[in-house]
Design a protein around this ligand. Structure first.
Ligand code: ADP
Length: 562
């Protein structure tokens, strides 16, 4: 904390005499005595001294007594106001020195004790000075010289000058004190503000060092400005050989898969230093499989009042346990799904064989149909789970071939028709005879199936489902509209999140696990497209898929996916 410095120039002699906190009585008395003696000597240079028994001589003795007292009395131990005795004695000496018919003493010298009293006692000092001047100077003078115009005028002038001088110094001192008090109050306030800031800085440093999140502040030139202790740990893992303090330095920093090293422009610090804001950017830091950590990074820009970029703040949350748990879960889901698929295929096969037999009773056929439907559901669920596990391993792999999407849609409608009829739902199709686009056939069929089966599932009997297919500019445009239960606006934002189910679907106990739409979206996005939903509760929903169709044709005809 820097201190406020005192001005260099000193206060000067008059300042030291009158404005210092405790003016030295010896100095003031000395000054008066010197002027008194000078006046006495000069007055009698030409004429004879009136004698040791004269009033001026008595005045001189009084001055000497005052000088002696100023030297011998321990003024620092007696009450401060008692020093007033000295200027009062000086006024008495002055009054005596004036009682001389040959040459009267210089009344103007009364200014010195008047200043002294005003300095010492403030406005009360002015009253004392006027009273002392009146009774010790003016009254004896008038008594000695008699009342006439000259003596009255001089007496009056002396009283006025004494009063004026004492009041002037008293009010000047009041102002000085007030200014000093104000400055002192300001200084105290400033010191306490600085203390508060320092305290808050230490508190926030302690908090920042306590939290389990790495925090970094970058300046506008992409330099590291500060970081907390937690982040220093991450830095040691990522940069065991040291860091140069600039954003974007390459090190042991890997993408979410834990193996692909990040390119410079992918480094979170570099992205943040370019004004990008993001959340949950997952990276791994460190080389050693035992100590490396997975981090979820968020970045926000810092801007000044004019909105100019002045830096960025980054938060690094340790998500290692979460990532490892995810990995374990995905491996588990993948292996369980694989294990389930084989017996399920066998069950479905045998059900098909059984259903072809004609020697079975009709109720056995209808029971087999239920078994078949449920094993089919189970198969789709297993496929969805497998798909979800695969999606975590990286971007979905699509095999594009020239595919007639119109045909896919018609097949899907054909397959769904019995279910629609059973549920008393009108199924409409609006599609061109053929529409060839380079897409992954199997995945595209999955998109149409998912949207169509949802539309049927969430539309009550008597409703309508309409599938339209066409081309909108350079995009394939597929829309599945229904007159079903609809989706609340608050649910719409999370609709494509895994395992999310809207409130209405849950309330009406419509079966589902919440995977279909998340898979649909990842298929659409892996084709460079987008999926959107428009819905009104109680009126229905429209799911719209748009996929670019001007993608480059594969050089060789790709094999159909197995
Ligand atoms: P699932 O249908 O198995 O629950 P999805 O991922 O396909 O899972 O759908 C997620 C949620 O979106 C559903 O649970 C349902 O609440 C809502 N949803 C999907 N399609 C529709 C639709 N056509 N009408 C109303 N709600 C829908």
């Amino acid at each position: 904390m820097s201190e406020v410095k005192a001005p260099r120039r000193g206060p000067g002699l008059s300042g030291r005499l009158l404005f210092s906190d405790a003016p030295d009585p010896r100095m003031l008395q000395g000054v008066f005595a010197a002027l008194f003696v000078l006046d006495l000597v000069l007055r009698h240079v030409d004429g004879a001294f009136p004698g040791v028994t004269s009033w001026p001589a008595v005045g001189f003795v009084v001055t000497l007594v005052a000088c002696l007292a100023s030297v011998v009395v321990p003024w620092e131990r007696v009450p401060a106001w008692s020093v007033a005795v000295l200027p009062v004695l000086d006024l008495a000496a002055l009054g005596l020195s004036r009682l001389d018919v040959q040459s009267t003493g210089a009344g103007i010298l009364a200014v010195v004790p008047a200043l002294w009293l005003g300095r010492l006692l403030g406005r009360a000092g002015a009253v004392v000075a006027v009273a002392a001047a009146t009774f010790l100077l003016v009254v004896p003078g008038l008594a000695y010289f008699g009342l006439n115009g000259v003596t009255v005028s001089r007496s009056l002038m002396i009283v006025v000058v004494v009063a004026w001088t004492a009041l002037a110094i008293a009010s000047a001192l009041e102002r000085v004190r007030a200014g000093r008090d104000e400055a002192e109050a300001g200084r105290v306030e400033l010191a306490s503000a600085l203390e508060t800031i320092e305290h808050q800085r230490r508190v926030s440093d302690a908090i920042l060092d306590t939290v389990d999140v790495g925090l970094v502040l970058l300046d506008h030139e992409a330099r590291y400005q500060s970081m907390n202790r937690r982040h220093e740990d991450f830095m040691r893992l990522a940069y065991p050989d040291g860091h140069d303090g600039m954003a974007g330095q390459l090190g042991h920093v890997y993408a979410a898969d834990g193996t692909t090293p990040l390119l410079q422009e992918e480094m979170p610090t570099l992205r943040a230093s370019r004004g990008q804001e993001f959340d949950d950017c997952r990276i791994w830091v460190g080389d050693d499989p035992l100590t490396r950590r997975a981090l979820s990074v968020s970045a926000r820009s810092v801007r000044d009042e004019q909105g100019r970029f002045v830096g960025a703040a980054l938060a690094y949350k340790d998500v290692t346990d979460f990532m490892r748990a995810l990995q374990v879960k995905d491996e588990f889901v993948a292996s369980v799904s694989h294990e389930l698929r084989t017996p399920l295929t066998s069950i479905s096969g045998y059900i098909s064989i059984l259903r072809e037999r004609e020697d079975l009773a009709p109720e056995v056929h209808s029971q087999l149909e239920v078994v078949d439907r449920n094993s089919d559901r189970l198969r789709r669920l297993v496929a969805d789970l497998l798909h979800t596990a695969e999606a975590d391993e990286g971007p979905m792999h699509v095999v594009r071939t020239s595919t007639d999407v119109s045909e896919i849609v018609r097949e899907s409608i054909r397959a769904a028709a019995p279910a629609a009829k059973a549920a008393d739902i009108d199924l409409e199709l609006d599609a061109p005879d053929a529409l060839a686009v380079f897409v992954d056939r199997q995945r595209m069929a999955q998109v149409v199936d998912n949207l169509l089966s949802n539309a049927l599932k969430y539309t009550p009997g008597g409703g309508r489902v309409r599938v339209s297919l066409g081309v909108d500019g350079d995009r394939l445009d597929l829309a599945v509209a229904d007159t079903g239960i609809g989706i609340e606006a608050t649910d719409r934002a999370r609709l494509f999140t895994r395992f999310f189910r809207a409130r209405h679907a849950e309330e009406q106990s419509i079966q589902g696990v919440g995977l279909g739409l998340s898979i649909t979206r990842s298929i659409v996005e892996s084709h460079g497209g987008r999926i959107e939903v428009d819905s009104e509760v109680g009126c229905g929903s429209v799911f719209r898929v748009r996929i670019p169709i001007d993608v480059e044709q594969p050089a060789q005809p790709a094999r159909a996916p197995s």
